[in-house]
Design a protein around this ligand. Sequence first.
Ligand code: ADP
Ligand code: ZN
Length: 681
Amino acid sequence: MQPHAPRFNFMWIWGVILIGIIIVSFVWDDEGAPIESEWSSVAPMIEQGEVEKINVTSDGQRIEVFLSQDAVKKYKQLNKRYESIPQEGYQLYFIHRDLKILDEDIKSAQQLRNEQLQAEYEQTLSQTADSLQSTIPAPTPYKVDVRYEENESGWGSILLNMLPWLLLIGIWFFFIRGMSRGGGGAGGIMNVGKARAQVYDKDKKAKITFKDVAGHEEAKVEIMEIVDFLKKADKYRKLGAKIPKGALLVGPPGTGKTLLAKAVAGEANVPFLSISGSDFVEMFVGVGASRVRDLFEQAKQKAPCIVFIDEIDAIGRARGKNAGFSGNDERENTLNQLLTEMDGFQTNAGVIVLAATNRVDILDKALMRAGRFDRQIDVGLPDINEREAIFEVHLRNIKLDEQIDRHFLAKQTPGFSGADIANVCNEAALIAARKDKTSVTQEDFLAAIDRIIGGLEKRNKSISAEERRATAIHEAGHATVMWMLPECDPVLKVTIIPRGKSLGATWSVPDEERVHITNTTLEQRLAGMLAGRIAEEVNYGTLGAGALNDLERSTKMTYAMVAYYGMSKKIGPISYYDSTGTRDTFTKPFSEQTAHEIDNEVRRILDEAYTKAREIVEQYNDKINAMADMLLEKETIYTEDIESILGKSAQKLKSEAKKQAEEAVVVAEYVAEQPSAEAQE
Ligand code: ADP
Ligand code: ZN
């Protein structure tokens, strides 16, 4: 490892480029450059007869003025502003809105010049003796040579003129960015090897505490311990206990891992150093490792403090995979350095390293060994109550209409992360502002949620009436089949407003209480996914290409059922899933024969789901058409609308039946407790 070599190389390249640019700009300067002018200063020049040629660029944007040699000399001497105009080529350029007017203006200026020439001539004549008059030549009429350029693009030459400047500005930006990124004066190209950690100091005003983090109760308890270690280090030290060095925050993006880590620093009232795993990754050999070293150096100076490494998977990926590619060597060096550093500092140095990842399965196992990131804290997606709490946190700063139903909002946002919810709140405020409202209403929130799920509405995307009806039939097909199968998720709303790439959508709320997913659940969901296409087929007899997404999802799910979840009797309870992610993708862990069987099983399951969905579609086709009519009229319909067409959903009937059964049990138990009453009768 040679941490100094890359710096040297780096400087060289930029040095050469800089020198090149300086040379180029000198050469340019020698020739001088045309200067911008305007018609009002060019007109007098024509009246003086100083303009030889005028060139109008092909796009009509730029009018180039060629002065006579004498005029150039004169102006260079007379006027500082004209000092640098070139002798060759054109000297001035200007912009004129209307070329027709320009033409006439030039002509009239030319006219003036000619009249003046004529007047001078006549005056000379009158002052000379008659006999000599014939020796004085009549003035040659003055004419500006006006040309309209044809093919050559004016922009090309403008760009060419600007090129060195663009380059200079680009390099300048590079320097500035490099400097500001380093923070505190450390940065720029001199400091590639330095860690670019962002430091939040403890006395900063905008401190984040646990109050700003909604939900994550278990995570908070676990992480509170860490706060305690930092706060009362002495207590633990006296007892001889070892303070943990690190914890891994595991969860999908946007669930508040960074927020939690910041809150820990805020609660413990210690500095917080934050850096992203990808910041360690550079093209140059040895940079990553030296940045790790530097990061821990900084941390030790600030101890007690918390170091937060976001996206640790960028460096912490399991080693040894695809060995032989040089890019990986560099990452391995960085990872090794990180492991060494974590082993190296004293347990009680007061530095705690938190790291975040959403792929704990691909991390190198060495990272998780005792004394390193030996604690794992789960930071999952929020459930409905947590979402309500997150809304609460983010609604604090928004001017709200009084009737905002937080619970309803939480219900409408299944699968949203904390970051998504923060985004919804912000978007809702923007939407309200766009409508010049004085407060943000429920309606704005719903619009924001729709927008975040589906992308921008494309109301003016042109769709023919037939296409719209086909989309309505397709979505009504999904909704009807999902409505009829008890294990599908309850349908929340159906819309044919086009968004992003899709023409319509059927949304269901994942049943949050369902933890037990069986093959029946998945089979019924498959039927729901296929139903849109089937409804089109039944009503039109043709197959639309719009169902690609449905097909992709259903096929993937079926393969997972067979090859991962062991749900096919024929293949048996085998899973080819690889949670370590270390298997390369080229060799399959099963034989050709098994591959063939898997394909057959996938086909069988899909066929069965298809048959089931088709039965339902055929049985309820008149209702599907009724729903499509309603969709064409209203564009978006909700649970209640569907209920008015199809009656209670299978999910609702099932949960009602369950409730009744439970009540029956209670009654039965009650009756059973009163044997004497029965005996008395
Ligand atoms: P991660 O690090 O997990 O990708 P962040 O911590 O950067 O996610 O979260 C991004 C933003 O989302 C936060 O700044 C915050 O506004 C919001 N957020 C996420 N989770 C929560 C939560 N539990 N409570 C409040 N806000 C949250
Ligand atoms: Zn579909």
